[in-house]
Design a protein around this ligand. Structure first.
Ligand SMILES: Nc1ncnc2c1ncn2[C@@H]1O[C@H](COP(=O)(O)OP(=O)(O)OP(=O)(O)O)[C@@H](O)[C@H]1O
Ligand SMILES: [Mg+2]
Length: 324
């Protein structure tokens, strides 16, 4: 199947003062795909998306969306594209109903139609009962739903969701994922920025891993995982730092293709994990390193992130907790 390019991003760059937030990104986004932009806090996701939607101007480079240049034809781009912002800004005395009916009218729905579509979307997002609350009375998750509802009303050719399910409960997340898939099957191209590995993995046709303003890896979730040498991951939590010489000994085992250590955990990327496990544990114990737990698993996008950036997403975000 040949895939048409919907968005062609070339050398897209943003400096805030001297700070380089987005660093010469080249990227094609195909028509009808769900493209996941996965990266830790501060990676440059929102900045990239705000440039695509013409909210902020690139310092260098540009993007062409359905033939329109974001720098030269921003009005045309705005007709094609819609974005649900990471931080919804709702006028505090308005209600979801008022906000969304107004939005539906801006999108071209007439009186009765506008009310119908708003009712349908509020219902799907479990917001019907909260439709007449004032914005200041809404919880964070509810405000976020109102913001997302705008895109499901607008149904633009290119729909951009910036961390759509942060602050949303588990059942809400599943509903929104279903609605995003539905939007795609009706013909929209979707860009989804997220720092949630699971969300990027299950929803995206392709994922671009963004780190320090650069695309560090690009491909379908399964292709990205296949790029990791060794088919299995063995995670061993230990009670102290493993000295370099022991790491080298582990690396010398023929089935092991890579050893990394972070967050008090050694990760071995290897083949035939269950056969190798006893000798690995024995080696650690013989060096008086206590094994707290062992976990054997398939690679995740966090392993992909680690492979391409040298750190886990947790470390990249400067958080101490384990997050896989
Ligand atoms: N208006 C601004 N002025 C100065 N620096 C900014 C501004 N907006 C963002 N930055 C910086 O640019 C970098 C990228 O920020 P951006 O918001 O694009 O990241 P992000 O990937 O969306 O992160 P998050 O997951 O936290 O939303 C960060 O270091 C941020 O502090
Ligand atoms: Mg952001």
């Amino acid at each position: 199947m040949t895939q048409e390019t919907m968005i062609k991003i070339s050398g897209l760059t943003k400096y805030y003062g001297n700070y380089l937030a987005v660093d010469h990104i080249d990227l094609d986004i195909y028509e009808g795909e769900i493209f996941g932009l996965l990266g830790p806090n501060g990676a440059g996701k929102t900045t990239t998306l705000l440039m695509l939607t013409t909210v902020i101007k690139p310092t260098e480079g540009s993007a062409i969306i359905m033939g329109y240049d974001i720098r030269r034809e921003p009005e045309k781009v705005r007709e094609i594209i819609g974005m649900a912002f990471q931080e919804p800004k709702l006028y505090w005395v308005n209600t979801p109903w008022e906000i969304l009916v107004w939005h539906a009218k801006v999108c071209g729905y007439k009186g009765k139609e506008a009310k119908e579509i708003v009712r349908e979307v509020l219902d799907k997002l479990d917001m019907w009962d909260a439709r007449n609350k004032r914005a200041f009375q809404l919880s964070g998750g509810m405000k976020k739903r109102v913001e997302i509802a705008k895109l499901f009303i607008q149904r633009p050719k290119v729909a951009i969701f910036d961390e759509p399910t942060s602050q949303i409960d588990v059942s809400g997340k599943h509903k929104i994922w279903g609605m995003i898939r539905e939007l795609r099957s009706e013909g929209s191209t979707i860009i989804l920025a997220t720092n949630e590995l699971y969300e990027a993995d299950i929803l995206s046709d392709r994922v671009g891993i963004i780190h320090k303003g650069k695309i560090a890896a690009l491909g379908s979730p399964s292709a990205l995982k296949d790029m990791i040498p060794g088919g299995d991951v063995l995670e061993i939590k230990v009670d102290r730092l493993v000295p370099e010489e022991i790491r080298s000994e582990l690396e010398a085992i023929p089935e092991v293709s890579r050893v990394s250590e972070s967050d008090g955990t050694i990760r071995l990327y290897l083949n035939r994990a269950e056969e190798i496990l006893p000798s690995v544990v024995q080696l650690l114990v013989s060096k008086e390193i206590r094994v707290r737990s062992v976990n054997m698993r398939e690679p995740t996008l966090n392993d992909v992130f680690l492979h391409f950036t040298g750190m886990t997403i947790t470390e990249a975000e400067g958080r101490g907790d384990e997050w896989i």
